[in-house]
Design a protein around this ligand. Structure first.
Ligand SMILES: NC(=O)c1ccc[n+]([C@@H]2O[C@H](COP(=O)([O-])OP(=O)(O)OC[C@H]3O[C@@H](n4cnc5c(N)ncnc54)[C@H](O)[C@@H]3O)[C@@H](O)[C@H]2O)c1
Ligand SMILES: O=c1ccn([C@@H]2O[C@H](COP(=O)(O)OP(=O)(O)O[C@H]3OC[C@](O)(CO)[C@H]3O)[C@@H](O)[C@H]2O)c(=O)[nH]1
Length: 387
């Protein structure tokens, strides 16, 4: 495996050590899995949790045991961080608060997590001449230009008004009291800082803008492996509703549009960035699937159908219910209207294209959700409520 790997230009790929911050999360767990099963690279996995990568860490007889090391640490205050970055060839920073329910209700934590806490990571990489892959977000684009046109304007159909391009599209956020944008704004500023370190101090960097990557292990099911009152991202919210046999909640009518990409397709793109530094350095990449666009309402309808297929349970007569954003997320929520990634740059630099249709990715993901959670949810529902 190690000797036969070549990069996109035919050069042999040397094994490297990667300092992966936030390795215990959704994306980190899939990236660790890929690196362990298909590459010779080593990972220093940093996170406050490791539940999602336990299967890669134990037992110690696993074939990759010598190539992955977990370090339980909080990057907010841990003096080991610089040493771990120095020991590595590449740092990948995934650590963040990145659930929209937190952006308007915990704006300070959101801004600290996505900007302040990332500062030392950028600084240590720059000072020690270490390459950095920093995870940003598609949310830095905010709203589309088209969303400001009159509802009946024909220009709304023109891709120039909605397709999001790394090097051309503006970042359009709402007013300051719409605290939803605290996350996007913090991510935008850290992107600018990384970019400036590249321009002024020669930092070798790549910035990734994920467009709604979804799949197994995303977030948590409230009351099962996360807080009962917690609000995860839409895949886990809708999975939770389906597992409990309750209607899926459509925020403000579910009219917002998203493109969803299968986590396993997206991880292929990250691996290409890791192994092709000459093609990836200095670039910002959209990583998404422009062919998988739906409104949130359509997503709910499709998930209802797919879940019925994989669980064998008939769908509810009324599978969705409308809720206002104020009721669901609280004061200060706002939304991105539409997110279609332009794929020119990632295509040109890395030749990457997503493969999996929305139906197929939902089928494998909901099969996982049903297998992992259905029994536990049934038990919780069956428990009599204490009076
Ligand atoms: N999943 C997506 O579709 C998506 C979309 C846009 C952007 N992103 C970005 O990708 C990155 C990873 O996202 P994810 O979906 O895997 O989220 P996640 O919440 O599953 O993973 C983040 C991980 O970072 C860890 N972490 C947070 N703060 C930390 C700290 N101070 N010290 C140590 N560890 C810390 C968390 O414990 C968690 O395991 C984030 O930066 C996010 O903003 C993801
Ligand atoms: O029960 C629900 C939950 C959510 N919605 C609506 O679905 C849309 C998507 O919501 P979600 O996936 O939670 O988050 P966003 O796409 O808005 O934001 C994420 O995008 C990338 C990332 O940066 C990290 O993943 C994050 O910020 C939205 O319109 C919700 O209102 C619903 O109707 N019902």
């Amino acid at each position: 495996m190690a000797s036969s790997r070549v990069d996109l230009d035919g050069n042999p790929i040397k094994p490297i050590t990667i300092c992966m911050i936030g390795a215990g999360g959704f994306i980190g767990s899939h990236l660790c899995e890929k690196l362990m099963s298909e590459t010779p690279h080593s990972v220093l996995a940093l996170d406050v949790y490791n539940d999602k990568i336990k299967h890669l860490l134990e037992p110690h007889t696993l074939p990759w045991a010598s190539r992955i090391q977990f370090h339980r640490l909080n990057i907010k205050h841990d003096s080991r961080l610089e040493g771990l970055i120095k020991m590595s060839d590449l740092t990948i920073n995934l650590a963040a608060i990145c659930t929209p329910a937190d952006y308007n209700t915990r704006p300070l934590d959101t801004i600290y997590s996505n900007f302040i806490d990332a500062l030392p990571v950028v600084k240590y990489c720059s000072e020690n001449n270490k390459r950095l892959i920093h995870f940003s977000t598609c949310e830095v684009y905010g709203k589309t230009i088209g969303s400001f046109l009159p509802k009946d304007s024909p220009l709304r159909q023109d891709p120039a008004y909605y397709v999001l391009k790394e090097d051309e599209s503006p970042c359009i956020f709402g007013s300051i009291e719409k605290q939803r944008w605290s996350y996007a704004c913090a991510k935008q500023l850290i992107e600018r800082l990384v970019y400036a370190e590249g321009a002024e101090n020669g930092l070798e960097f790549t910035i990734v803008r994920p467009f709604n990557w979804i799949g197994p292990r995303m977030d948590f099911i409230p009351g099962i492996d996360g807080p009962s009152e917690g609000v995860p991202r839409v895949l886990a919210c809708f999975s939770n509703n389906l597992l409990r046999g309750e209607p899926l909640k459509l925020v403000d009518g579910g009219q917002s549009q998203r493109t969803f990409v299968y986590i396993k397709d997206a991880i292929e793109a990250v691996l290409l960035m890791i192994e092709n530094p000459a093609r990836a350095n200095g670039h910002i990449f959209n990583v998404g699937n422009p062919n998988n666009e739906v409104t949130v309402r359509q997503l709910a309808e499709m998930m209802t159908q797919v879940y019925s297929k994989v669980s064998g349970e008939a769908p509810l007569e009324k599978p969705t219910i409308d809720v206002s954003s104020k009721e669901f997320y609280g004061e200060g929520y706002d939304d991105s209207d539409k997110r279609i990634p332009d794929m020119t740059i990632i295509n040109r630099q890395l030749g990457w294209n997503p493969k999996t249709s929305l139906w197929d990715l939902l089928e494998s993901t909901l099969t996982y959700q049903h297998r992992t959670y259905a029994e536990a949810v049934k038990k919780v529902i069956a428990k009599p409520v204490a009076s």
